[in-house]
Design a protein around this ligand. Structure first.
Ligand SMILES: [Zn+2]
Length: 306
């Protein structure tokens, strides 16, 4: 059987769903190192989901943590995505250039009494309880030199995920007054990611399952900002399985997962598709990346969207 025949049969099978023109998805790596097999899975899953919806797929570099940034990693990540055929639709956004956006949202929250300063160390917090319980909420500490926390008035304890169904979040975790700005003055991930997702009108977030529980914080923050300033509805969530190494631990930069090599792109892609339960047919395994992706988009649609 030729690839052409396969493509045709896949296309026919997928003529049913109507295109969702407003779909906007994103892949948002941090430049703390090159992409590895685990991050390729997240990139590929979000790319396929966006294309299966005939939507827009964006890439955002989450470079808000200069101490953890590896020189040259941003450009390397983009070239790795290109080598694997994962081409983005709009210009790449860099979080390091979105200071004004984060300030604006912090100010909005402050004006509604939803921000306070906290000088607790990690050790202090751990000594009191497994979770931060709002120790500094009413202490009126100065902002300067302290972390800023969100008054988490309406914790989100249940999330709907397209793969996992209704997910219950540990109530004490969900209710934590999480950090918006770090003690060292750098933006905390939750504020940055929610600000960008709202600003870029992201409708679907597809990423690794390790980010499932923090999604409850992000949805709480999203709802608060919507209450204050309006804006897009909360995005739909899909949390993909994680790639684990031989030791059973999640593949990550911290665990020294080997970087993806452009020279291995066709094999990397075939393996990543297999890990997403979309094993390419034998004659497509190891085919050029564009051919594999052309096959995989309708296959993803047939498997996940019907
Ligand atoms: Zn505190």
């Amino acid at each position: 059987m030729t690839v052409k025949v396969l493509l045709k049969s896949a296309k026919n099978k997928c003529a049913v769903p109507k295109p969702t023109l407003s779909y906007r998805g994103r892949f948002a790596p941090s430049p703390s190192g090159p992409l590895h097999a685990g991050s390729l899975l997240a990139a590929l899953g979000s790319y396929l989901d966006a294309h299966a919806h005939r939507g827009t797929w964006l890439v955002r570099i989450e470079d808000i943590d200069p101490p953890r940034e590896v020189a040259g990693a941003s450009d390397l990540i983009l070239s790795q995505l290109e080598a694997h055929g994962l081409l983005w639709d709009e210009s790449v956004r860099r979080q390091s250039q979105q200071d004004r956006l984060y300030h604006r949202n912090l100010e909005r929250l402050q004006q509604h009494g939803l921000v306070y300063a906290c000088n607790c160390s990690r050790k202090d917090i751990k000594a009191r309880a497994p979770f931060y319980t709002g120790h500094c909420r009413y202490r009126n500490l100065p902002w300067q030199g302290n972390a800023l926390r969100f008054v988490n008035q309406h914790p989100v304890t249940s999330l709907l995920d397209r793969l996992h169904g209704q997910v219950t979040i540990e109530p004490d975790f969900a209710a934590e007054d999480f950090t918006l700005r770090r003690r060292d003055g750098l933006w905390a991930y939750q504020l940055a990611v929610v600000s960008d997702d709202r600003d870029q009108e992201i409708t679907h977030i597809v990423r690794g399952s390790d980010l499932l529980t923090p999604s409850s914080w992000q949805m709480a923050l999203w709802q608060s900002l919507t209450t204050i300033a309006g804006g897009p509805p909360a995005p739909k969530l899909v949390h993909l399985p994680l790639v684990v190494g031989d030791d059973g631990r999640k593949l990550s930069k911290q665990n020294h997962a080997p970087p993806l090599l452009a020279a291995d792109a066709v094999d990397n892609l075939s393996l990543a598709l297999t890990r997403l339960n979309l094993a390419p047919p034998a004659d497509l395994y190891g085919a050029p990346v564009a051919e594999q992706l052309s096959w995989a988009i309708p296959a993803w649609r047939a498997r996940n969207l019907q």
